[in-house]
Write a protein that binds this ligand. Structure first.
Ligand code: GAP
Length: 496
């Protein structure tokens, strides 16, 4: 009988809570679902909005970053200029036996160190390294070995087939060796058509990243907002990638939301700005409640076609560390390419030297959907309190979908009416919830499970002294305050 690992069980519990309590539903569920697409339910949409709001405020409140909302469909030349038509593809292989499909980098990254070493030997990695790096394969970590092997396979048209023929690579699904096909490049962009005629002349793509909307609008924003370089442009929006393997809930989906910022600077400032943005973004995740030990920074050995330096902020998901945000030094690659392809100048004037130059770009590219999942996973806790089990979602109060629950202790003596009137008042400025069904302990548990940071209880004392108790989700401590102070008490504690 197949057993599931504790980390899989944990992920299953999180997915199940997300569905049961209205955070995330499978897309088109009544038709069997659509792979790689998910819907945000009433609580999910609130939490996602809070996450995006936290990011937007952090960007815009600096004063040197402007916002943008570019369209998802763009001129097809954009994607030629950006390199996506040519380069935005993953090498993939199929199993001839069970028909499973894999990305080559995933095959390597999921192998054991022992297997990677055996493959490195067969692939003559040592000699490849001597040409490129001042490193030996024994100095490489498991992740680095997987990355180097992937890039060797990408560069050689025969290497993968040779490794398969030597029976060194098995299909992870059916376990058969020697059955994987040669790698083929698969472009991840979704294609559609503008207008009624479905031919190549009318083909357009759903954007695979929000960044290009920012690059093509660089001049418009610079001229209209009257910012001086260095300055940034930020955008939140949907992106689409026809991922080969979608898995792990919201981690890798075909439709997802990104929060991207491009910071335009003069060449020479780029290396310093790369470091400072890396730190700024790291601290942003911490400020929203990510514990430092669950994050790590992973510098890229293998750089994307546009990057001079790049690295990922990774979060420890139940299945292991995975990227939640990329920080990239994109140099002047994108602006230069758009200048070439469009014939429009992307150059600015240096006020001091009076010379024209094309700005360099430091990019911070975070996933809103992936970040959402990271906060769900980080917050999910099962605890035993006074002999009773509780599930609690320890979300930062700013992210919590509902900020406060208002509960009458019993359903009589005017308590429900008083509680309803307080909840109606709170609802004007924060998401609140009235609940009078079941024992108060159970009502607290229901709120804990969805991450509500505060619960206000109206009891018999409230009726004569107008005071209430406020229970805090994590400590479960209660304080008694005047009913008139509830709004300000909570408002002060749910800000960033
Ligand atoms: N403009 C650069 C760029 O798009 P990326 O590393 O490909 O960089 C940035 O993507 C972020 O977008 C990732 O860190 C991740 O959080 C999110 N992301 C990328 N692909 C995703 C997918 N298929 N599903 C969910 N989130 C994804």
């Amino acid at each position: 009988m197949a057993t599931t690992s504790p980390s899989q069980q944990l992920l299953e519990k999180i997915v199940s809570l997300a569905k049961r309590r209205g955070f995330i539903f499978q897309s088109s569920e009544i038709y069997g679902g659509l792979n790689g697409c998910w819907d945000y339910g009433p609580l999910g949409v609130e939490m996602l909005r809070n996450l995006k709001e936290a990011w937007w405020r952090a960007m815009i409140s600096r004063g040197d970053i402007e916002g943008l909302d570019a369209s998802i469909l763009m001129h097809p030349r954009v994607w030629e200029a950006s390199g996506h038509v040519q380069n935005f593809s993953d090498p993939m292989v199929d199993c001839r036996e069970c028909k499973s499909r894999y990305r080559v980098d995933h095959l390597f990254s999921e192998m054991s160190e022992k297997r990677l070493k055996a493959i490195s030997k067969a692939a003559n990695l040592e000699s490849a390294l001597s040409h490129t790096l001042v490193m030996e394969s024994k100095d490489l970590t498991k992740e680095q070995l997987a990355e180097v092997l992937t890039s060797m396979v990408e560069k050689s048209s025969t290497l993968f087939a040779e490794l398969v023929a030597k029976e060194l690579i098995a299909c992870p699904n059916c376990g058969r060796v020697g059955m994987l096909t040669e790698p083929r490049n698969f472009n991840l962009m979704f294609e559609t058509y503008i207008g009624p005629v479905k031919d190549a002349a009318n083909a357009v793509y759903l954007r695979p990243e929000t960044a290009q909307g920012i690059f093509v609008n660089f001049m418009n924003v610079w001229q209209s907002a009257r910012q001086k370089i260095p300055f940034g442009i930020c955008q939140i929006g949907k992106s689409f990638r026809n991922e080969i393997n979608t898995k792990n809930f919201l981690f890798r989906t075909r439709e997802f939301e990104q929060m991207e910022m491009q910071f335009f600077c003069k060449r020479g400032m780029d290396e310093h700005l790369f470091e400072s943005w890396r730190e700024t973004r790291w601290n942003w995740w911490l400020a929203l409640g990510m514990p430092e030990h669950k994050l790590r920074f992973h510098p890229h050995e293998k750089l994307a076609h546009y990057a001079k330096a790049a690295g990922d902020i990774e979060f420890e998901f139940p299945f292991g560390f995975g990227e939640i945000e990329g920080i990239h030094n994109r140099t002047d690659f994108d602006l230069t390419r758009h200048q070439e392809f469009s014939g429009k100048s992307m150059q600015v004037l240096d006020d001091e030297t009076k010379e024209k130059y094309t700005p360099y770009v430091i990019e911070t590219a975070a996933g809103a959907s992936r970040g959402f999942m990271a906060f769900l996973c980080n917050g999910y806790k099962e605890e035993t309190v006074n002999g009773e089990q509780r599930t609690v979602l320890r979300l930062h109060p700013f992210l919590a979908p509902i900020k406060v629950a208002v509960l009458p202790l019993v359903n009589k003596d005017g308590m429900p009416e008083l509680a309803q009137s307080l909840e109606r008042d709170l609802r004007k400025t924060m998401r609140s919830f009235y609940d009078d069904s079941g024992a108060v302990g159970r009502r607290y548990r229901r709120m804990d499970e969805i991450g509500t940071p505060f619960a206000v209880t109206i009891d018999s004392d409230t009726l004569h002294d107008q005071t209430v108790t406020i229970r805090e989700r994590d400590s479960m401590q209660q304080v008694r305050i005047a009913m008139g102070q509830v709004k300000s008490y909570i408002a002060e504690r749910i800000t960033l």
